[in-house]
Design a protein around this ligand. Structure first.
Ligand SMILES: [Zn+2]
Length: 172
């Protein structure tokens, strides 16, 4: 089931859409849309003592669960700019991106209508500011490697195993 499967009308002119593998086309106005994953960025914020800063999600999906800080990129936004913007919006902290952790696939939203997501993850360090939960985050907390919340309290499928493997290698 692809995101475009249910698309029947051109979002630009309302004409009928033709489906092809991985894309839809409107023969009326020339609109073409390719199926893709939505790019998102996540920050594993470290404090130099082997701990990671997580935020409790204020809204669905996965409201109340612990999540890495971050979010979806804006149109045309460089991922590192998006990373700094999202952490600042959610915590008030300015951060410096460090090593790239990896790229992880997941979905976002309810089973029907879920969109595929490409998560790009960096380790980051704090450059300034006082951590205060804001925007989509209701609570912030530092977790050591032996203090991570149980998997059932961690948002999204990709995050818990990646976080556990990454934090073991963290200096502190
Ligand atoms: Zn059209």
């Amino acid at each position: 089931m692809g995101v475009l499967d249910g698309w029947q009308r051109c979002p630009r002119c309302g004409g009928p859409l033709t489906h092809a593998p991985g894309r839809v086309e409107c023969k009326t106005c020339g609109f073409v849309h390719w199926a893709h994953s939505s790019p998102a960025v996540s920050a594993f914020v470290t404090d130099g003592q082997g701990r990671v800063l997580l935020g409790r999600r204020a809204h669905e999906p996965d409201a109340g669960l612990w999540d890495a800080l971050g979010g979806f990129l804006d149109e045309g936004e460089h991922p590192l700019d998006g990373l700094r913007r999202e952490v600042l919006e959610e915590t008030g902290l300015t951060v410096v991106p460090g090593p790239f952790v990896g790229a992880y696939m997941d979905t976002y939203g309810a089973e029907t209508g879920a969109v595929p997501v490409l998560n790009l993850v960096w380790e980051v360090t704090v450059a300034g500011g006082e951590a205060q939960p804001a925007d989509d985050v209701s609570e912030l907390r530092w977790f050591g490697r032996d203090e991570l919340p149980p998997d059932g309290d961690v948002a999204f499928r990709w995050l818990a195993p990646v976080l556990r493997e990454w934090i073991v290698g963290l200096a502190g």
